[in-house]
Design a protein around this ligand. Structure first.
Ligand code: HEC
Ligand code: HEC
Length: 120
């Protein structure tokens, strides 16, 4: 008997393709349209935050450099955004309870009252 063992190449090819897929760095395959839509999402969220707090962009940003993070309200905003996402994971998800957002507490003001009013 002199038969060669035939090895089907397709599983290897598939494996290679899967590896190649994960090896491509994130963001590499993003089309300009995708990047643009991500920017739009950030922009919409920023407009929403501003409305919810009754402020403009300059409360949290140096409008010459939106990446700058030295403003106090920027840092608090970042912390409160984390808090909102924790709330969303814990019942305020729009299904079990109302969907958490900045307006829920802020009601259009930058510093909402943090305490129950004292009875006189
Ligand atoms: C309450 C504070 C606050 C207000 C008001 C606000 N932002 Fe932001 N903005 C942030 C924070 C915090 C981040 C960073 C978000 C993060 O960490 O994911 C951010 C991120 C951004 C980014 C992305 C910057 C980057 O890293 O590429 C842009 C652009 C931006 N804001 C624009 C705006 C515009 C335009 C407005 C007004 C309509 C606005 N923001 C209002 C707090 C604010
Ligand atoms: C669970 C309630 C609650 C939620 C939700 C909330 N905040 Fe706040 N936030 C407060 C309270 C209360 C204050 C006032 C604290 C004080 O007076 O020191 C405040 C203060 C702030 C301030 C003012 C900081 C300063 O300069 O004194 C910023 C900016 C802010 N929040 C951003 C946000 C953003 C952005 C969101 C949504 C992503 C958000 N907050 C969601 C309760 C909340």
């Amino acid at each position: 008997m002199n038969q060669r063992i035939y090895v089907c190449p397709y599983p290897y090819l598939l494996g290679f393709l899967i590896l190649a897929f994960f090896a491509v760095p994130k963001g590499y395959g993003e089309s300009p349209a995708q990047i643009k839509s991500e920017e739009e999402i950030v922009r919409k969220q920023m407009v929403q935050w501003s409305q919810d707090l009754g402020v403009t962009c300059t409360e949290c940003h140096n409008i010459k450099n939106f990446k700058e993070n030295s403003f106090k309200s920027f840092k608090v905003g970042q912390d409160h955004a984390k808090m909102v996402s924790i709330m969303k994971e814990n019942g305020f998800d729009g299904i079990k309870g109302p969907l958490a957002n900045c307006y829920m507490c802020h009601r259009g003001t930058l510093r909402p009252p943090a305490q129950t009013p004292q009875k006189k």
